[in-house]
Design a protein around this ligand. Structure first.
Ligand code: SPQ
Length: 448
């Protein structure tokens, strides 16, 4: 049977990914593993750097984003062994003991690195830190964490009235607050909790809907005193804390699994199993949305690994139907909306995604970019201020599309290309390496 032609061309610092499915359609088969969870990888490196003793990390994501975190915390004095996915060792500095670095900290493309690190740095008295990032990160709003940190007594300077990087932080002894966050954001919540570790007393964050809770789980495992009320979307840390190095096992990233779940769901004849996927309930909105769309996804071998729920996910092709996505579900699938838009392009009826204005301030404006790029392939997709409307059923055709340097856009367009006629060329496809360095390798494996 002819297989999909997948070619990757290097053009100076950029890559072009070309995908040409066979006329008979590709059909995807096999058992695959996905790289480690990005959110958990960042947190393992950060808490390891703050803890006393040694933290070991098994299954670390080797993407560009956790590498940025590792570089920053090495510059702050943590001893981090060479990064690999088997076993990384972090010798921590102990809480409050990070050093003043002699260079500007570079968070690269990673919002998580910059926002979580700001909470940590702001609470280290008598040190000056400077932080920047790449051309995407310096456009992303940092005032959402700077505002509560300032309420705690932090001193942070930045561009545009202190809301954009590059930033300078003068560390101080902070005071506890109860912060009511206007956005459901794990980065805002985690930043404040990390700042609260060194504060005497109780620091509380309440959010409008529950965001991912990896920080809470890991902080507890490292020995912090935490009280969590998920029904009230409220969490309190009581400091000063003492953190002890731990053995962290990072499960596969459900946000990376999502590309293969949608691929197998939309490509006729597919039967694919994605092994070792983290299925923390604060991240499984994608499974709920796909169930509403009639996808055939089975959770197998469910287990708990180092405090996080994990399962193998078997997905088989089925005819999808449109659904409505909004409200409290949004923070539980926020990073999967670009690939859900691809699923919706192959579903019967009109899918409406609402309450997702946060997508406009991610690595790109994911609402505008998905509407433009998927539109170039012939999808019936339109922008709403807070989301997207996609009417499925128009046959997609190969086109010249662009990732806008956003990893999730690059990979979503590649999956759309599997079910389009002709060749699709994805420009600036190198962005995938932010969260999924071997995306193309896995794509080739399942298309063979
Ligand atoms: O780290 P970064 O660049 O913000 O990455 C993204 C992504 O798509 O990988 C968002 F663009 O994931 C965020 C996610 O959207 C990672 C994250 C975390 O690890 O805490 C939380 C979410 O962001 P937020 O703003 O909703 O808290």
């Amino acid at each position: 049977m002819p297989s999909t032609v997948v070619t990757l061309e290097n053009l100076e610092s950029q890559q072009q990914l070309k995908i040409q499915p066979p006329q008979s359609g590709p059909s995807l088969h096999g058992r695959i593993r996905i790289p480690g969870d990005k959110s958990i990888s960042h947190r393992a490196l950060m808490l390891g750097a703050l803890a006393e003793g040694v933290t070991t990390v098994e299954g670390l994501l080797l993407g560009a984003d956790p590498r940025s975190t590792a570089r920053c915390f090495s510059a702050l004095g943590a001893e981090i062994s060479e990064l690999n996915s088997e076993r990384v060792e972090v010798k921590g500095c102990g809480l409050g003991q990070l050093q003043e670095p002699d260079r500007v900290l570079d968070a690269g493309n990673s919002g998580t690195t910059m926002r979580l690190m700001l909470g940590i740095l702001a609470s280290h008295p008598d040190r000056l830190f400077t932080i920047t990032g790449d051309s995407s990160l310096v456009k992303r709003p940092m005032d959402r964490v700077i505002r509560p940190l300032t309420e705690m007594g932090a001193t942070i300077w930045g561009r545009r009235g202190g809301s954009l990087a590059p930033l300078a932080v003068r560390g101080r002894k902070l005071k506890p607050i109860h912060y009511h966050s206007p956005v459901a954001s794990a980065q805002v919540k985690s930043c404040i909790l990390l700042a609260g570790l060194m504060v005497e007393g109780s620091t509380t964050v309440t959010e409008p809907a529950l965001s991912r809770d990896h920080s809470e789980r890991m902080l507890r495992a490292f020995g912090a005193e935490l009280s969590v009320d998920p029904d009230a979307c409220r969490v309190t840390v009581t400091g000063p804390a003492q953190l002890k190095g731990q053995a962290v096992v990072v499960p596969g990233d459900i946000s990376s699994a999502a590309f293969w779940l949608v691929a197998a769901a939309i490509v006729p004849g597919s039967d694919l199993t994605v092994e070792n996927v983290g299925v923390n309930p604060t991240r499984t909105g994608i499974l709920e949305a796909m169930a509403m769309m009639g996808a055939d996804i089975e959770l197998q071998n469910e287990r708990i690994v180092a405090g996080e729920p994990v399962a193998d996910l078997r997905v088989r092709h089925s005819q999808l139907r449109a659904c409505e996505i909004g409200g409290d579900l949004i923070p539980r699938l926020i990073d999967e909306i670009p690939i859900l838009a691809v699923a919706a392009a192959f579903a019967k009826g009109t899918t409406r995604i609402r309450d997702a204005e946060e997508l406009r301030v991610k690595e790109s404006d994911r609402i505008a970019v998905m509407a433009t790029q998927l539109g170039k392939m012939g999808a019936n997709i339109s922008e709403r201020p807070d989301g997207l409307e996609i009417t499925g059923g128009s046959a997609l055709k190969g086109a010249q599309v662009d990732s806008d340097t956003d990893h999730r856009i690059a990979m979503s367009l590649a999956i759309a290309a599997l079910n389009a006629t002709g060749t699709t060329t994805i420009h600036r496809a190198e962005a995938a390496a932010i969260s999924y360095p071997d995306f193309v390798g896995t794509l080739r494996t399942i298309c063979d």
